[in-house]
Design a protein around this ligand. Structure first.
Ligand code: FAD
Length: 472
């Protein structure tokens, strides 16, 4: 069932009204006085802090990355320091029938880790990372990608991860995890070997290929917030590459049709060591960036086949430096609307694809090459279904001074048009609360099995949210 606009705005709109009331004069103090009593039981049972409206630290701790959702005010935030805190929090949520959500890095596009009037299970303090001599990394679910990059680099190891260092490893991995060396090493979830999970009935279990295999399958691409709360992940890392060449070519306004026309077949045929992304702006300019594992001569050989020319900036660097370059430039927070489509095959009309954002005020396209190691697994091997798809296109609109509805309209218009032009798949980590066909298109042939896993692990919909796999 598609989530309707009414459902989404029932949350966002009600939250805005209620949030305004709570934040009004005297509201915080009143809410705090009434709230503390109701939360005394949980507070006494936690080793970590419980933050309520009015407490020091509550205002900073509640904010999601996407500031369009700042009006959402959780009733309480449990800063968990151990799995038992997660167990106690889930018990409390079940006992009182309140909305509850886990939070890793807080980057959910629709702020689903910040339930209005609900309980946030904040894994932030559980961010320990251990890299074992055999290359296995045990990563606490509160770690951010930046922490993981740093700990692995210090041990000479690598995991395929994304571009924004403040994104949480939890939401990122559970949705799949697309990154800048994924064509060489696969999705982040492909390197997951086990996860510790607190189930909604507060059992602590390990999900792995040979233990709770249905849950383990679902955790690899089934999307954050479903099935249970992960407290730690165990990944098989690879040795960090010794030499990489990062590069950028900027093409001028009006060139997008030609650049995408050349880039698409080139990126699809590229060797696995080469990943690249085109950012297409409304004026038709293109920023092509990427990373080739190996010395610069390897990149030059590939670029000679690209078929469009532009001023090349590049650097042959070690892995920590490549990471620093590929993850730079993200603001600490942002107000944005976004959506995505994943292509069924090679698209026929690159000019039309570029045209989906032509002249828009905000929306741009982030067109990334998939394939390579991502396709070494079959579409049913993990819950991530898009094996074999050559490209992912994210539509991204920063709100800035524009009315949010205007940006929403632009993003929506572009994603509808892209579905017609390239295929209707969508990526669960770029979850769009406006997209009517999100469940079928994000999970495809895996949707039925995911729903069965959700029914098994969360039969009463304790973890439900407007775009959850199970009960909503
Ligand atoms: C600036 C930015 C850059 C991004 N770049 C990329 C990218 O390069 N590649 C990519 O694939 N994605 C990218 N994303 C998308 C990102 O992967 C998703 O938004 C992801 O869900 C964020 O995870 P989080 O832990 O930070 O978010 P949260 O908001 O904390 O969590 C997201 C969802 O997962 C649930 N969740 C969180 N922790 C747990 C847990 N421990 N157990 C169970 N459920 C949990 C939450 O309840 C919520 O539903 C980006 C997002 C942003 C905002």
């Amino acid at each position: 069932m598609a989530v309707s606009r009414r459902d989404v705005f029932r949350w966002a709109g009600a939250a805005a009204v209620a949030g305004g009331a709570v934040a009004g004069a005297g509201g915080v103090a009143a809410a705090a006085a009434g709230g503390a009593g109701r939360w005394a039981r949980l507070r006494a049972r936690l080793a970590g802090e419980l933050l309520l409206p009015g407490d020091d630290g509550y205002e900073a701790a509640r904010l999601p990355f996407n500031s369009l959702f700042d009006h959402q005010r959780p009733a309480a935030i449990a800063r968990c320091v151990r799995p038992e805190d997660v167990q106690r929090s889930l018990e409390e949520a079940r006992r009182r029938g309140i909305r509850v959500a886990a939070r890793g890095g807080g980057h959910s596009y629709a702020a689903y880790s910040t339930p209005h009037d609900g309980l946030v299970i904040d894994l932030g303090p559980m961010n320990r990372i251990e890299v074992r001599p055999d290359g296995t990394a045990v990563v606490g679910a509160g770690a951010r990608l930046g922490d993981v990059y740093a700990a692995l680099a210090a041990a000479g190891r690598c995991l395929p991860l994304g571009n924004c260092p403040s994104v949480g490893i939890a939401g990122f991995t559970l949705g799949g995890g697309l990154g800048w060396v994924d064509r060489a090493f696969g999705l982040t979830c492909d390197r997951l070997r086990a996860a510790r999970v607190v189930t909604v009935d507060s059992r602590v279990i390990t999900a792995a290929e040979d233990r709770s295999p249905d849950l383990f399958w679902a955790l690899r691409g089934g999307g954050g917030g479903n099935f249970g709360v992960v407290t730690s992940f165990e990944f098989a890392t690879v040795p960090a590459p010794e030499v990489l060449t990062v590069f950028r070519i900027r093409f001028p306004a009006g060139s997008a049709a030609d650049v995408l026309g050349a880039w698409q077949p080139w990126s699809a045929a590229a060797p696995d060591h080469l990943s690249s992304t085109c950012v297409v702006l409304p004026d038709g300019s293109v920023d092509l960036t990427g990373c080739s594992i190996g010395p610069e001569a390897l990149l030059h050989a590939e670029l000679a086949r690209l078929g469009v020319d532009g001023p090349l900036e590049h650097a042959e660097v070690d892995y920590p430096t490549a990471t620093a370059i590929m993850t730079q430039g993200h603001p600490p927070r942002n107000a944005f609307r976004a959506s995505s489509r994943i292509s069924d095959g090679l698209w026929d009309d690159p000019a039309a694809v570029a045209g989906t954002v032509r002249g828009m005020d905000s929306a741009l396209l982030i067109v990334g090459a998939l394939g390579g190691a991502i396709d070494r697994l079959r579409p049913t091997d993990t819950a991530y279904p898009h094996r074999g798809a050559p490209t992912s296109v994210e539509v991204f609109g920063t709100v800035g001074a524009l009315p949010p509805e205007h940006v929403t309209r632009e993003v929506d218009q572009a994603q509808v048009e892209l579905a017609r032009l390239i295929g209707s798949g969508t990526y669960i980590n770029y979850l769009d609360p406006e997209q009517e066909d999100w469940a079928e298109t994000a999970y495809r042939h895996n949707l039925r099995r995911l729903r069965a896993v959700a029914r098994r692990y969360d039969p009463d919909g304790v973890l439900r949210f407007p775009q959850s796999v199970g009960a909503r």
